[in-house]
Write a protein that binds this ligand. Structure first.
Ligand code: ADP
Length: 493
C-alpha cells in the first residue's frame, strides 16, 4: 500500500513540491523562487527552462530531505499559475520565447482592437471571460505574430502551446495535455462543449495544431519519466481551482479566497456555467474523470501579495514579505491614504486595462508605516468588492470566508479583512490548499482516496477572525476606497 501523494505547485513567484499523507498532512516540502523578468513597463516574463529546472530541484530536494522513495508515492498532481503562456518547439523542447505571465499587459492594444467589434464581452457567452490581457489566447497570438518564424512553424504543427501545467506535464511525461480548468482560462475554450472553439481560433488566428488535448482534472495522463520514474501523473488543476478543491468546496455555494501574488475568490456553482453580470468570470471549477464538469464564479484581483514584494524589492522599506506586518503595526491606521495597486490595470470587477496604480490622499504626515498599512488594506478592499459582486451574481450570502495562500499568516490583514467584509474569516489547518487540491485530484484518480467524504474529514479550522469594526467606520473607509479606485481609471491610452 502506497502511503503518499505528491503535488507540484508551480506558482507565480515560486515552485513547490509537496508530499501529503492520507489525512492530507504535509510530510515533505521543498520550495524555490524563480526570476521575475520585467523587460518593459507592463511586461512580465518567466524563463520556462528555469521553471522546469526549479521544478526538478524541488522534487529532488523534498525526496532527499524526507527520505521518501518514489515507490511510496501513489500519484503526482500538478497545479500551476494559470494563463501564463509558453510556446515551445516540439522537436527541440526549447521555448521560442519566454513565458508571458498572466499579469503582462502587452496585449492591451490587441484586446481593445478585438473589442471594437462587439464590445469587451463579445466572447463571454462562449468562454465566460471578458476580452482582457489576462488570458492566454491574445498572448499566444502575440508570440506567433512577433517571434521570427513562429507562425510558419506553428502552421506546420511544429510548435506546442501550453500553460505551465502543460509545459510541466510534457517535460515530465512527454504527453501534450491540459485540463478543463486551465483551458477555461485561454479565451479559446467553449465552456459548454469543453472543446477549443473554432470561431475563436479563427478570430485570433491560432492554429489548432499547437493546442494541447483537453482532459479532465483527475485521470492518469502518463507516467513520470524522471525523478519519480513510473509514478502516474494523475491530477491537473489551475492553482485557484486547486485551492477550491483543496478547501473541499464540493457543494454549490461554497467559496474560498486565496491570497498570493494576486487574490482569487472562487465559488462552486455546480454543474451549470452561471453567467456574471457583476464583472466576475465564469470558469471551470474541476472535472473528476468521467463525471460532469463543475463550474465556478471567480473574482480575480491582479495585485495583492505582489504589492508587498514591490515594497520589498522596489522601495526597499522591508527586507522580507512578512516584515510588512511589523511595519504596518507602527501606525494606527493608513493616515488617510489609499493605495490602489492597478499595476496590471484592474481585474474584477472593473476589467480596465487602461488603469494604473495610485496612492491618493497624500500629506506630509504620511510615513512608510502608513504606506505598508495601505498596501495591506488594498488587498482587503479589493476582496470586499469581489465579495459584493459574488453575492450579487450567485444570490448566496457568505456566512464565513475560507482563506488560504501566503498572505493569510498576516494577522493584521486577516483582522482588517474580517472587519471590512463584516464576515468571519477562517484559515484551515492546511493552508497549502493549492498543492493539496492537486494531490486530492491525483489521489482520487488512482483510488488513494475513494470519495469526497474522505477528503472533507481532512479539513479543520486553524484560526478564525471575527469582525470588530463599527458599521459607520466600515462604510466610511470603504466609500473612500471606491473613490480612490476611480482616480486610477483611463490612465494609459
Ligand atoms: P503564489 O502562489 O502566487 O506565488 P504564495 O501563496 O506563495 O503566492 O504567496 C506569496 C505572496 O504572499 C508573495 O507575493 C508575498 O509577498 C506575500 N506574502 C507572504 N507572506 C506575507 C505576509 N506575512 N504578509 C503579507 N504578504 C505576504
Amino acid at each position: 500500500m502506497k502511503k503518499y501523494v505528491a503535488a507540484i505547485d508551480q506558482g507565480t513567484t515560486s515552485t513547490r513540491f509537496m508530499i501529503f499523507d492520507h489525512s492530507g498532512i504535509v510530510i515533505a516540502v521543498n520550495q524555490k523562487e524563480h526570476q521575475q523578468i520585467f523587460p518593459k513597463p507592463g511586461w512580465v516574463e518567466h524563463d520556462p527552462l528555469e521553471i522546469w529546472a526549479r521544478t526538478q530541484e524541488v522534487m529532488i530536494g523534498a525526496l532527499h530531505e524526507s527520505g521518501i522513495q518514489p515507490a511510496d508515492i501513489a500519484a503526482i498532481g500538478v497545479t500551476n499559475q494559470r494563463e501564463t503562456t509558453v510556446v515551445w518547439d516540439k522537436s527541440t523542447g526549447k521555448p521560442v520565447y519566454n513565458a508571458i505571465v498572466w499579469q503582462d499587459t502587452r496585449t492591451d492594444i490587441l484586446c481593445n482592437e478585438l473589442a471594437k467589434d462587439g464590445g469587451q464581452d463579445r466572447l463571454r457567452e462562449k468562454t465566460g471571460l471578458p476580452l482582457a490581457t489576462y488570458f492566454s489566447g491574445p498572448k499566444i497570438k502575440w508570440i506567433l505574430d512577433n517571434v521570427d518564424g513562429a507562425r510558419v512553424k506553428a502552421e506546420k504543427g511544429e510548435l506546442a502551446f501550453g500553460n505551465i501545467d502543460s509545459w510541466i506535464i510534457w517535460n515530465l511525461t512527454g504527453a501534450h495535455f491540459t485540463d478543463v480548468t486551465n483551458a477555461s482560462r485561454t479565451l479559446l475554450m467553449n465552456l459548454h462543449t469543453l472543446d477549443w472553439d473554432t470561431d475563436i481560433l479563427n478570430l485570433l488566428n491560432i492554429p489548432r495544431a499547437i493546442l494541447p488535448e483537453i482532459r479532465s482534472s483527475s485521470e492518469i495522463y502518463g507516467a513520470a519519466k524522471i525523478i519519480l520514474e513510473g509514478v502516474p501523473v494523475a491530477g491537473d488543476l489551475g492553482d485557484q481551482q486547486a485551492a477550491l478543491f483543496g478547501q473541499t468546496c464540493f457543494s454549490a455555494g461554497e467559496a474560498k479566497n486565496t491570497y498570493g501574488t494576486g487574490c482569487f475568490m472562487l465559488m462552486n456553482m455546480g454543474e451549470i456555467p452561471v453567467p456574471s453580470k457583476s464583472g466576475l468570470l465564469t470558469t471551470l471549477g474541476y472535472k473528476i474523470g468521467n463525471q460532469k464538469a463543475v463550474y465556478a464564479l471567480e473574482g480575480s484581483i491582479a495585485v495583492t501579495g505582489s504589492l508587498v514584494q514591490w515594497l520589498r524589492d522596489n522601495l526597499g522599506i522591508i527586507e522580507k514579505s512578512s516584515d510588512v506586518e511589523t511595519l504596518a503595526q507602527t501606525v494606527e491606521d493608513s493616515g488617510g491614504i489609499y493605495f490602489v495597486p492597478a499595476f496590471s490595470g484592474l481585474f474584477a470587477p472593473y476589467w480596465k486595462s487602461d488603469a494604473r496604480g495610485a496612492i491618493v490622499g497624500m500629506t506630509r504626515y504620511v510615513n512608510k508605516g502608513h504606506i505598508a498599512r495601505a498596501a495591506l488594506e488594498a488587498t482587503a478592499y479589493q476582496t470586499c468588492e469581489v465579495l459584493d459582486a459574488m453575492e450579487a451574481d450567485s444570490g448566496v450570502k457568505l456566512t464565513t470566508l475560507k482563506v488560504d495562500g501566503g498572505m493569510v499568516f498576516n494577522e493584521l490583514l486577516m483582522q482588517f479583512q474580517s472587519d471590512i467584509l463584516d464576515v468571519p474569516v477562517v484559515r484551515p489547518k492546511v493552508a497549502e490548499t493549492t498543492a493539496l487540491g492537486a494531490a486530492y485530484a491525483a489521489g482520487l484518480a488512482v483510488g488513494f482516496w475513494k470519495n469526497y467524504d474522505e477528503l472533507r474529514v481532512n479539513w479543520g479550522v486553524d484560526k478564525q477572525w471575527i469582525p470588530k469594526m463599527s458599521s459607520n467606520q466600515r462604510e466610511g473607509l470603504y466609500s473612500g476606497w471606491k473613490k480612490a479606485v476611480t482616480r486610477t481609471f483611463d490612465w494609459v491610452e
